[in-house]
Design a protein around this ligand. Structure first.
Ligand code: ADP
Length: 251
């Protein structure tokens, strides 16, 4: 076992305490709101109009969904950090997964326009398909929630013949990310606080999970952003002919 200095131990303990404090805060906010609206519904049921009752019930449901999202993300982070999760790699056609993820996302964001552009004869990539789907869901979910309704989101898949990689990008026309904030967005629980983001729900775990999964599968993730919108790009090596159809299990 590796020796650890007192200073390193203190840092680890502090990180652990910070984590508990952040998670507690993230849990308390929706729970307080659920309890408040449930209390009002119980104590003033007769005085509320049917519209008010429905509005309060919808808030309770939305806050419960927020909690479920947080708990799911926390479980993913815990599995990733314990390194006990096996990834099942298979040579995969990315376009079919992108099409499937767009259908899932469209269900939630009905007003956005999702456009795809796929290069011809795109090679397969060696990935765990569930994890790759999770990566795309996170990127498309962010592209949708940080951009106006009715705006276009462009998903491209192309090949770089120089280094034989497949490049998948998600481009939105949304609020963008300031230069000084770009490095922070991949950190655990990192959310950019601005009048534009404050109204949008999130827990700051999505991009941390996304980057960790991309890098676990030997890929790379980059982001470019301006006030006109953001483009998140993930790059994976193309599968070799020997990989085709093969399932490999790696940690
Ligand atoms: P969240 O749950 O807050 O969306 P993420 O980890 O997915 O957490 O993203 C971290 C932060 O990065 C977000 O809170 C937001 O400020 C910023 N961000 C992520 N994606 C986009 C995007 N497509 N456009 C603008 N800002 C984004």
């Amino acid at each position: 076992m590796q020796n650890i200095t007192d200073e390193e131990l203190n840092k680890l303990e502090q990180a652990h305490l910070d984590f508990i404090s952040t998670v507690s805060h993230e849990l308390r906010t929706p729970l307080t709101s659920i309890r408040g609206f449930a209390d009002t519904l119980l104590s003033s049921h007769d005085k509320l109009s049917p519209e008010q009752r429905e509005k309060f019930l919808l808030i309770i449901k939305e806050q419960a969904n927020r909690l479920i999202g947080l708990v799911e993300n926390l479980l993913t982070v815990s599995k990733m950090q314990s390194n006990k999760e096996l990834l099942v790699y298979k040579a995969t056609d990315v376009t079919s997964i992108i099409d499937c993820v767009i259908q899932i996302i469209k269900n939630q964001y009905k007003m956005h326009k999702y456009t795809v552009s796929y290069a011809k004869n795109l090679p397969k990539i060696l990935i765990d398909t569930d994890k790759f789907q999770q990566i795309l869901i996170n990127l498309l979910d962010n592209a949708s929630k940080y951009s106006p309704e009715n705006s276009e989101i462009l998903i491209k898949a192309e090949q770089n013949f120089n280094d034989n990689t497949v490049i998948i990008s998600v481009k939105d026309n949304g609020i963008g990310i300031n230069k000084e904030d770009i490095d922070k967005i991949f950190n655990k629980f990192s959310r950019i606080d601005s009048p534009l983001t404050r109204k949008i729900q999130g827990n700051g775990l999505g991009l941390y999970i996304t980057k960790t999964l991309v890098e676990k599968m030997d890929g790379e993730i980059t982001v470019e952003s301006s006030t006109q919108g953001s483009t998140f790009t993930v790059i994976f090596k193309a599968a070799t002919p020997e990989d085709s159809g093969i399932k490999k299990i790696k940690e």
